[in-house]
Design a binder for this molecule. Structure first.
Ligand code: 5AD
Ligand code: SF4
Length: 472
């Protein structure tokens, strides 16, 4: 009987994708995946350190797993991901609660480490790497809808934003071989997937050079310089199939080039959606955050997106109450939001993280209640502008990729349009019934801040060219 592993993922999409790499490595080692912790011989928690709350949630879960372990003889518990390096002492030595701690660059060593665990030892590998990209490992898709998939194109981050723990938990930035990325996308198309999202902490600094190509015995493919940047990669992936939708995340305002925008505008199958984290609308705060751009620079990047793709959707990340943020700084964030009118935003209170530049240099001096009040104001601002945008969509036609059944009712299906907005449509019946993986043309009938409702006008035959997706 093969052993069963249950993997639970916290944090960003990158972490969820890493779990699919872990599942692949363990499947080759003879494991099968379990749907619940109760059924599993090995429970792995793939953890996140981005805010204190994320770590707290994981610690609670580790305690629950230990209660389960006490009842189930032989069950092992491991911690993967971003908390591994920071918490290994605590988890393995002080609290003695977990059997295994493995950092984001050390997943290939899992089979060996599990052997150690089997022989009754505690096992750990939290070494970070300058090269590891798991390029050739074909992920085992977990919780997949069979329609959309995530493809990691680079790992780590070299930016050193003052608030951010990622450079410490995930190490230096490195780009994955473009051939292996294109190959993975082709495989996905062959399996019936209709959309890929290319993932990286800062996709705009994707860079694969000829030196690396030649070292791998390959020829340069994309341009005369013998190097592949993000704009090149994006067009290579868009060329895989006109009926494969392409998205990506995340851009950095200091690095986002017009070339990328030109490529986005050129290909009908690249979604007209940009996630561009601003963090703050105050140039003073941005400077302390070490973001490498000003308010004016950010607004110029937004103008450029709108120039190249007039209907594009733009979303962002915002932090309230960063060290030294004044009421005036906060007002500048609100006014920037008013000016840009984001379609969506992830909004957070600042949470000090160990080792970061901010933790070392600046006092965390905005009181908790002020952080909370500012966060509420930022959320209210987003809801007012995003609500307008959704309401304005009423009467428009959108192309929607159907992802599955609506959680609220089996009579409805949900999917996303080109701008990443969730759209709910009736399932229909008989000859007109729609299914996951269909591209459908939808007339929008109503909208809220979070989603749109519509009626299906037509199913777009697959694999017809994606021409109807073009909104320019
Ligand atoms: N506190 C609050 N939010 C943070 N983020 C990153 N680090 C912190 C922190 N220490 C937010 C940023 C980032 C998103 C992924 O998480 O907005 O873009
Ligand atoms: Fe969390 Fe950041 Fe690690 Fe993603 S990279 S899991 S957001 S700490």
């Amino acid at each position: 009987m093969s052993k069963k592993v249950y993997i639970e993922s916290y944090g960003c999409q990158m972490n969820h994708s890493d779990s699919e790499i872990v599942a692949s490595i363990l499947t080759k080692d003879g494991y099968t995946t379990a749907a619940t912790a109760e059924e599993a011989d090995l429970v792995l928690l793939n953890t996140c350190s981005i805010r204190e709350k994320a770590e707290y949630t994981v610690m609670q879960r580790i305690n629950e797993m230990n209660a389960l372990k006490a009842k189930k003889r032989g069950m092992k518990v491991g911690v993967l991901g971003c908390m591994a390096e920071r918490m290994r002492e605590d988890l393995l030595v002080k609290k003695k609660v977990v059997d295994l701690v493995v950092g984001p660059d050390a997943y290939r060593s899992l089979p060996l480490l599990l052997d150690e665990v089997e022989s009754g030892q505690k096992a750990v590998n939290v070494l970070l790497s300058r090269e590891e990209t798991y390029a050739e490992i074909e992920p085992v898709r977990l919780d997949s809808n069979g329609v959309t998939a995530f493809v990691t194109i680079m790992r780590g981050c070299d930016n050193m934003c003052a608030f951010c723990v990622v450079p410490f938990t995930r190490g230096r930035e490195r780009s994955r071989d473009p051939h292996s990325i294109v190959e993975e996308c082709k495989q996905l198309v062959a399996k019936g997937y209709r959309e890929v999202t290319l993932l990286g902490q800062n996709v705009d600094s994707y860079k694969w050079t000829e030196k690396e190509l030649l070292a791998n015995g390959q020829q340069p493919v994309a341009n005369d310089l013998g190097s592949v940047d993000f704009a090149d990669l994006l067009s290579m992936v868009a060329e895989v199939s006109p009926a494969l939708r392409v998205r990506y995340s995340t851009s950095h305002p200091k690095d986002m080039t017009d070339r990328v925008l030109v490529v986005m505008a050129r290909y009908a199958n690249i979604c007209k959606y940009v996630h561009l984290p601003v963090q703050s609308g105050s140039s003073e705060v941005l400077k302390r955050m070490n973001r490498g751009y000003t308010r004016e620079w950010y607004l110029e990047r937004i103008a450029s997106i709108r120039k190249h793709m007039p209907g594009a959707a733009i979303s962002t990340d915002i932090i309230t109450g960063f060290c030294g943020e004044t009421e005036e700084d906060h007002q500048q964030t609100l006014s920037l939001m008013e000016e840009v009118r984001f379609d969506m935003a992830f909004m957070f209170k600042y949470s000090e993280r160990p080792k970061t530049l901010a933790a070392r240099k600046y006092p965390d001096d905005v009181p908790e209640e002020v952080k909370s009040r500012r966060l509420q104001e930022v959320i209210a601002k987003l809801n007012s502008t995003a609500g307008d945008l959704r309401r304005n969509a009423v009467g428009e036609e959108r192309v929607v990729l159907v992802e599955g059944e609506s959680k609220r009712s089996a009579e409805f299906m949900y999917g996303r349009d080109d701008q990443y907005t969730t759209v709910i449509v009736p399932r229909g019946s008989g000859a007109t019934e729609i299914k996951a993986g269909d591209f459908v043309r939808v007339r929008i009938l109503s909208g809220t801040a979070a989603s749109l409702k519509g009626e299906v006008i037509a199913v777009i035959p697959y694999p017809a060219a994606m021409e109807p997706l073009s909104i320019a």
